[in-house]
Ligand binder design. Structure first.
Ligand code: MTE
Length: 445
C-alpha cells in the first residue's frame, strides 16, 4: 500500500489528505490535540458541534493572512480541463493489492469512502475490463443491428447522435462486487469491498427506438445479444422485455460529456438494475434472436454455484444492497462525540424505500434519512446522526426497496446460496469500531 492510500483510509471521508505525516503519527500515539489541527482543514460536515471552538482561542489560521489572500491567483484556463485539488490526490481508483492483473484484464475500484451525494465523478468511475481498454476512434466506430429484423443496419456515431436522446441517472455494479467476502475474506476498506459500484447520469438513445427503425420482430425475437468491439469478445444475452421497457440505452454520454474511453467510449449499453457485465462497452453489434446464446461469459463465467452443486445462470438483477461509507474500514474516529454516519443504498428492482442503521451489531435499528433525489435503479444517499461514546461499536446498514425486498444478513444469504459463489453478494456489511477509534471490516452472521 502506498502512503497516500494509508492516509486516505485513516481518517474519515474526503478530504482526508489534509493530514500531514505528523498528524498520522499523532493519531497513532493517541494524542488528542491532533483533533484540533486536523479539523482546521476539514469540511463543514466534519465540524461536529462539540468540536467548534471559541474565537478567543487565537487560531493562527484566522489571525494570520495566508499567502492566497495576499497574492495573485492562477489565471483562468490554467487547466483547460479542470482537475481536482492537489490536496485530493489520494482519492483515486485503485487496484486491489490482492488481485492479480492478467494482461489487460483487471479492475480498479471507486473510492466510495471519499464520495458525497450519488454521482460518481467520471474520473473515479470503477473500471473493469476483460482485455484492457482502447481509445476508439468514433469516426471508425459502427453499430450493426442484425438477426430477427427486417433490415440489417449499420449506424455511424453521427447517425446515432442525431436520434432523440434521453438522460437518466443509474448505478452500475459488477456482479462480482463484494465477491471476496463470500469466502470470508475481509478486505480492508470499502473501496475494495464495495468499489465496483458507480452511479452516473447516462445519455443516449433507447435501444427500442433503434430496433424499431430496423423492424425488429418482437414476437419471435425475445432476446438480444450485445457484442463489444474489444478483444475480449464480450457478448451478453439480454431479455427483450428489458429492451421493450424503454430502459435499455445505447449510451454515448456520461455525466454531461462523452463517455470516458475506459468506460466504453464512444458507445456502451446501459442496462439499468442489471449486473455490470451486461453493460457492454465499445458496443458494436446487437443481434435479435429467439433464445439465449449461452456465450462464454454466460456459460462459464458469471454463474452462481449453489450449495447443492447446481448453478444459477442468467442471474442478472442486482438485488437491494447498502453500505456505510463513513465511517468505514481503515478510517479512525478522531474522538468521542458526534458523527454523521453516511452511506449508499441501491436496488436493481426500483427505488430504495428505507435504510435502517444499527450501531450495536444488529440488536437495535434506527431509520436513516434518505437524501433526495431517490431515483429508480440509482444510488440513494443516506445519513444518520450518531454520538460515539468511545466504546466498541458495530455499524451496519440494512436497505429495503419498493418491492418489499430487505437486504439479507450473511447468515440468511449463505443459507440460501452457500459459500462458493463470487457473484451477487448483497449481504449487510459490518464495520467494527474499537476504543482507539480504528474501524475494520468484520462479518456478523
Ligand atoms: N464490455 C466489454 N466490451 N468488455 C469488457 O471487458 N466488462 C464488463 C462490462 N462491459 C466489459 C464490458 C464488466 S465485467 C463490467 S463490471 C462493466 O463493463 C464495467 O464497466 P466500467 O468499466 O465502465 O465500470
Amino acid at each position: 500500500m502506498d502512503k497516500n492510500e494509508f492516509r486516505l483510509g485513516r481518517v474519515r471521508p474526503a478530504p482526508e489528505n489534509f493530514l500531514t505525516d505528523e498528524d498520522i503519527q499523532a493519531v497513532q500515539a493517541g494524542r488528542r490535540d491532533f483533533l484540533r489541527k486536523a479539523l482546521l482543514g476539514a469540511s463543514a460536515a466534519m465540524l461536529a458541534p462539540a468540536a467548534a471552538r471559541a474565537a478567543s482561542d487565537g487560531d493562527p489560521a484566522i489571525l494570520n493572512l495566508p499567502p492566497w489572500s495576499t497574492s495573485l491567483g492562477m489565471p483562468v484556463a490554467s487547466h483547460p480541463y479542470g482537475l481536482p485539488s492537489k490536496y485530493e490526490r489520494g482519492l483515486v481508483r485503485r487496484e486491489s493489492p490482492g488481485l492479480t492483473r492478467v494482461g489487460g484484464s483487471s479492475v480498479a475500484f471507486t473510492p466510495l469512502q471519499g464520495l458525497f451525494g450519488i454521482i460518481t465523478p467520471s474520473g473515479l468511475h470503477f473500471e473493469r475490463h476483460h482485455q484492457g481498454w482502447h481509445d476508439v476512434d468514433p469516426s471508425a466506430h459502427r453499430l450493426m443491428i442484425n438477426g430477427l429484423v427486417k433490415t440489417n443496419s449499420v449506424f455511424t456515431m453521427d447517425d446515432i447522435m442525431r436520434l432523440p436522446s434521453v438522460s437518466r441517472v443509474h448505478f452500475i455494479e459488477c456482479g462480482a462486487n463484494t465477491g471476496m467476502e463470500w469466502g470470508n475474506v475481509a478486505v480492508p476498506t470499502v473501496q475494495y469491498s464495495h468499489g465496483m459500484l458507480s452511479c452516473s447520469e447516462f445519455t443516449g438513445v433507447p435501444l427500442k427506438a433503434i430496433l424499431d427503425m430496423c423492424g425488429a420482430d418482437y414476437r419471435k425475437g425475445r432476446f438480444i445479444l450485445a457484442e463489444g468491439a474489444d478483444g475480449s469478445s464480450m457478448t451478453r444475452t439480454i431479455p427483450m422485455e428489458l429492451v421493450e421497457s424503454g430502459e435499455v440505452l445505447v449510451a454515448y454520454g456520461m455525466n454531461g460529456e462523452m463517455l470516458r474511453p475506459e468506460n466504453g467510449y464512444p458507445l456502451r449499453l446501459v442496462v439499468p438494475g442489471v449486473q455490470g457485465v451486461s453493460w457492454v462497452k465499445w458496443l458494436r453489434r446487437i443481434e435479435v434472436g429467439d433464445k439465449p446464446w449461452a456465450t462464454k461469459d454466460e456459460a462459464v463465467h458469471y454463474m452462481d454455484l449453489l450449495p447443492d452443486g447446481q448453478h444459477r445462470q442468467y442471474t442478472s438483477v442486482q438485488e437491494c444492497k447498502s453500505v456505510i461509507t463513513t465511517p468505514s474500514g481503515g478510517q479512525i474516529l478522531l474522538d468521542k462525540g458526534f458523527y454523521n454516519i453516511s452511506g449508499m443504498a441501491w436496488s436493481g428492482r426500483g427505488k430504495v424505500s428505507r435504510v435502517d442503521v444499527s450501531t450495536d451489531g444488529g440488536i437495535n435499528w434506527r431509520p436513516a434519512r434518505l437524501e433526495t433525489p431517490v431515483l429508480s435503479k440509482a444510488v440513494t444517499r443516506f445519513n444518520i446522526d450518531w454520538v460515539w461514546d468511545g466504546k466498541p461499536a458495530i455499524l451496519q446498514s440494512r436497505a429495503a426497496d419498493e418491492t418489499g425486498f430487505v437486504q439479507p444478513g450473511y447468515g440468511q444469504l449463505r443459507a440460501a446460496r452457500g459459500t462458493k459463489s463470487i457473484y451477487h453478494n448483497n449481504a449487510i456489511q459490518s464495520w467494527k469500531v474499537v476504543e482507539s477509534g480504528e474501524v475494520s471490516n468484520v462479518q456478523v452472521l
